[in-house]
Ligand binder design. Sequence first.
Ligand SMILES: Cc1ncc(COP(=O)(O)O)c(C=O)c1O
Length: 441
Amino acid sequence: MHYCSSPGNSMFCRNFMRPGIIQASLKTQKKIIAGNTKVARNVNMEKLRSGYLFPEISMREAQHIEKYPDAKLISLGIGDTTEPLPDIIASSMANYARSLSTADGYRGYGAEQGNKALRKAIAETFYRDVQIKETEVFVSDGSQCDITRLQLLFGSNVSIAVQDPTFPAYVDSSVIIGQAGDFEGKSRMYGNIEYMKCVPQTSLFPDLTITARSDIIFFCSPNNPTGHAATRQQLEQLVTFAKVNGSIIIFDSAYAAYITDDSPRSIFEIPGAREVAIEVSSFSKFAGFTGIRLGWTVVPEELSFSDGFPVINDFNRIVCTCFNGASSIAQAGGLACLSPEGFAAVCSITDYYKENAKILRNTFDSLGLKVYGGKNAPYLWVHFPGSKSWDVFTEILERTHIITVPGSGFGPGGEEFMRISAFGHRESILEAARRLENLYS
Ligand SMILES: Cc1ncc(COP(=O)(O)O)c(C=O)c1O
């Protein structure tokens, strides 16, 4: 028997030899065969609908490569950065790493909240005009990780609202922590989550007059996937809505570096936001740090729970307990990004992706397809009226060998839309534009 490879040695085999407990052992054996352990699966994990969107796309991509091994696949899908890091930034990390091999340069744990100089540089670079203190900035290993830490901070008894469509991590982390009800197949929504429709008819912003109150409002601007950066007036409405309802906004500004017009880059540009908002942000798309892992979260001192307790104190506790600070090497890279030379180098790369977005936008425009986004974000949101977005995904993949992302993966409001990423080498973007022209012209 498999479990008795060393007879009489394992607990299972010893018990199996004693007649009095044979029956119990058989039951145990049955359970072991069914699942190896006696640990019940987390019911919240069971609730999660299917694979997370991007692993699902990766799986389909792998199947496609197997089917067409010679095809030149182009990815306008997952939204990963492609251009090499500026030398000044890579060198700063390499130098820091090298110094760790010296007696003088070696450092162990850093402050859980992040390197003081980096917290200061983040406050001064991104929040100079809105008076965020460096002590309100917590350096992280990426905003996705902090989204989950914030869920842990608020716990399972709060209600949440999300834009529909939006980045799937808010809903999935909410389900995992136990805030959500069951998934309803027909509406394709979880119970106990307020889905705020952000469709072209509502200017890609929620109609707050019909939005129910929630404790926590996740709000992403520029939004992934629609590419819409909320205007100042829209964000003023959002802050007022949160104030009236006593809600907390978790504002995700991961794509703020792509804003080209005068839309706010931070929620803290809106008066009153300090009392109702937290901001999560990232070096990932701003500086090509998707693999290096670096982000930050701003929790203002004024933000408090209903009993008056400061949220920042609890967030600090979560950071100290569930995280031990971002990699010191990544933080050295982050500091280099915020030096004058590093900042200019990083901005030239975001400009490159913005140019890609313009090329793709012109392509879809010329094909007569309605396209949103791409001006303040590295994503285009293309409408395919009457079509199911997974069907469009399959058609584009089969006929052009281009990976896109079906809009429905971002919520029911994304059906009939495709998200097109502008991250890519220029020649791939131009080639993708040619293939799409051939397919749709
Ligand atoms: C809106 C949004 N927030 C957060 C993240 C995660 O960023 P990070 O790499 O910092 O975890 C992403 C990644 O694509 C994103 O699109």
